[in-house]
Design a binder for this molecule. Structure first.
Ligand code: GSH
Length: 206
C-alpha cells in the first residue's frame, strides 16, 4: 500500500492526502515532523536528505517534494483527468501549482506561524502585518483569476485546485480579519463540497 510520511497539519502533506482522497487511493499515513519528530533520523534522511515532509513510498519508489508527489500520483492514477495530458492544458495546471508553492503559501507562512503556532506574548506584529499584506496580494490575484471560472485551470477540477485549495483552506481559516474575496470564497465552498476534499478541508489549523 502507498505510504505517506508526514503529519496531517502540514499543508504539504495535506496536498498529497487530498490528491489520494480524490483518486480514491488507499494509503497509510505515518505521523512524522513537527512535534512527532523522526524526520531527522538516518533512515528518514535516506528517503529525503532535506529532512522535510511529505515523503511517499510507492512499491519501493520513494519521492519527496509535495507538488512532484501530487503530479506523480495524478499521472499514475488519473492522467488526462486530474493532471491533463495536452501540453498547454498541463502547463496551465503546472503554472498554478508553481504559483501556489512559490508564491501563495510562502506569502502566508509568517502570519500562519505567528497567529497559530506562536504564543501571543512572543508574536512579531511587524512580521504578521507584512505577511498578511502579502497573503492579501496573492489572494486578490487568485480571486480576480477565478472570476468567470469554475476551476483554477481549464474547465475541470485538477491538481491545481488541490494545491491552491490547500493554501486557500489555510488563508480562509486564519484567525484574523481578511478582505472579502467573493470569487475565491465561492470556489473554496465548491471545493469543500467534494467528497475527496472533505478530510483536508475539515482540518482545523494547528
Ligand atoms: N518544498 C517542499 C517543502 C516541504 C516542507 O517545507 N515541509 C515542512 C512542513 S509543511 C516540514 O517538513 N517541516 C519540518 C517539520 O515538519 O518538522 C514540499 O513541497 O514538499
Amino acid at each position: 500500500m502507498l505510504r505517506i510520511w508526514g503529519r496531517i497539519s502540514s499543508v504539504n502533506v495535506q496536498k498529497v492526502v487530498w490528491c489520494c482522497d480524490e483518486i480514491g487511493l488507499a494509503y497509510e499515513r505515518i505521523d512524522v515532523g513537527g512535534a512527532f519528530g523522526r524526520n531527522n533520523t538516518p533512515e528518514y534522511l535516506a528517503m529525503n536528505p532535506n529532512g522535510l515532509i511529505p515523503v511517499i513510498e510507492d512499491e519501493g519508489f520513494v519521492l519527496y517534494e509535495s507538488n512532484a508527489v501530487v503530479r506523480y500520483l495524478a499521472a499514475k492514477h488519473s492522467e488526462g483527468k486530474l493532471w491533463p495530458s495536452e501540453p498547454r492544458a498541463r502547463a496551465d495546471v503546472d503554472r498554478w501549482m508553481e504559483w501556489q508553492s512559490t508564491g501563495y503559501t510562502p506569502s502566508m507562512t509568517q502570519v500562519f506561524w505567528q497567529l497559530v503556532r506562536t504564543p501571543p506574548e512572543k508574536r512579531d506584529a511587524a512580521a504578521i502585518e507584512a505577511s498578511r499584506k502579502n497573503g492579501e496580494k496573492h489572494s486578490a490575484i487568485l480571486d480576480a483569476h477565478l472570476k468567470g471560472r469554475e476551476f483554477v485551470a481549464g474547465d475541470a477540477f485538477s491538481t491545481a485546485d488541490i494545491v491552491a485549495g490547500c493554501a486557500a483552506h489555510r488563508w480562509l481559516n486564519l484567525p484574523m480579519a481578511r478582505e472579502p474575496r467573493p470569487e475565491l470564497e465561492r470556489w473554496y465552498a465548491m471545493l469543500k463540497s467534494r467528497p475527496g476534499a472533505r478530510q483536508v478541508t475539515s482540518l482545523p489549523l494547528t
